[in-house]
Ligand binder design. Structure first.
Ligand code: ADP
Length: 365
């Protein structure tokens, strides 16, 4: 049974802002769902409605088979971890974790058992007597997670919980949270604007823009088959290259042309386009930086481009190239002999290219 069901959920704030529009989502028991999208897209509003911290303008929210629209936050059997973990400064780690359980009047022995168990799970046993100011950022974040775990809720909600940590710690905590999730098999909704975090953590992603769900799916599926140009440009770093071309046909061969850039369509792409009205000549070609390669020297089909910027990252090199009046990012091997301000021959792996409707931005096929 789905642990969380959203039916047509919308939020219009009093100032008229449509923060969330008609969101439908079913989250299975034990699933780790990541809500991802740029700042202001409505992620937090959606999470806060699930938590009961914000009213729902339209639609239904079901948790554990129960309609909760009118159930107060404290009775929803959820635990939330925020970006600013807001620990009580005058309480010890133990007291911070025990506090919510005391408020619920759990027996003392049960509180003790749950806090000890969470402390062991999170590596906090030796820190139980410390106060928050005596902890590092990562340790504080773990206490905030501990405070959620001891509640043993039906649903964990995370609102950008790692964004206050430095880059290295963020990567470490990401791995810790994932391990924890595997162990607890808890259902979790995790909000982030960081697409790398989303890709690496989610069983499924819910990509949101302008309060509207753009795509729902496992990370690799979203990466490989973005539903529209927004998802294509948001998921993946560096993003997918999007090139507006004109469709031309010569001697039965379909080609995508932009100035002197001419790309041969594959048989599959030709099939996808055969039912389109012939008046629609424009199309957007989407191709990932790793699907554009450096051509062998002297290769006949190479497309000549200018390398404007070369970033040597150690394990790979990213080249920003200019071709047909457009910038294209290319992922090159670390050993590339290419230099900035030189020309380069490129080969587009058209089998991996995606097609998007130029008018609507929607994926074709
Ligand atoms: P995100 O979490 O993706 O950054 P939010 O859910 O915080 O986005 O905000 C979505 C939209 O709703 C934004 O345009 C924001 O300005 C607006 N908004 C958020 N909270 C309120 C509020 N309390 N009153 C009015 N508008 C709000």
């Amino acid at each position: 049974m789905a642990e969380l069901v959203l039916k047509n959920v919308s939020k219009v704030y009093e100032n008229g802002v449509h923060a969330v529009s008609d969101v439908d989502l079913e989250v299975g028991s034990g699933e780790f769902i990541v809500l991802v999208g740029p700042s202001g897209c409505g992620k937090s509003t959606l999470l806060r409605m699930i938590a009961g911290l914000e009213t729902v303008s339209k639609g239904e929210i079901w948790i554990g088979g129960k309609l909760v629209n009118d159930v107060p936050a404290k009775d929803r059997d959820i635990a939330m971890v925020f970006q600013n973990y807001a620990l009580y400064p005058h309480m010890t780690v133990y007291e911070n974790m025990a506090f919510g359980l005391r408020m619920r009047r759990l027996p003392k022995a049960e509180i003790e058992r749950r806090v000890r168990q969470a402390a062991e799970t999170l590596g906090l046993v030796s820190l139980l007597d410390r106060r928050p100011k005596e902890l590092s950022g990562g340790q504080r974040q773990r206490v905030a997670v501990g405070r959620a775990i001891v509640r043993q809720p039906k649903l964990f909600l995370f609102d950008e919980p790692l964004s206050n940590l430095d880059a290295k710690l963020r990567v470490e905590m990401r791995a810790e949270l994932l391990k924890l999730h595997r162990r607890l098999k808890a259902t979790a909704i995790y909000v982030t604007h960081d697409q790398v975090e989303a890709m690496s953590m989610g069983d499924r992603l819910v990509v949101v823009e302008g309060g509207v769900v753009q795509q729902i799916g496992p990370p690799l599926e979203v990466y490989r088959h973005p539903a529209n140009v927004f998802v294509a440009s948001f998921i993946g770093s560096p993003p997918m290259n999007l090139i507006t071309c004109e469709i031309q046909e010569r001697d039965g061969q379909l080609r995508f042309v932009r100035d002197r850039l001419a790309l041969d369509a594959t048989a599959e792409q030709k099939r996808l386009l055969q039912d389109r009205p012939s008046t629609e000549r424009r199309i957007i070609i989407g191709i990932r930086p790793e699907d554009v390669r450096e051509a062998e020297p002297g290769a006949r089909e190479a497309i000549e481009a200018r390398v404007e910027l070369l970033e040597l990252l150690g394990s790979e090199a990213l080249a920003t190239c200019s071709v047909a009046g457009q910038q294209i990012t290319v992922r090159l091997g670390a050993q590339t002999a290419t230099r900035a301000d030189s020309s380069i021959g490129l080969r587009f792996d058209m089998k991996r290219a995606k097609l998007f409707d130029a008018a609507t931005g929607k994926a074709i096929g």
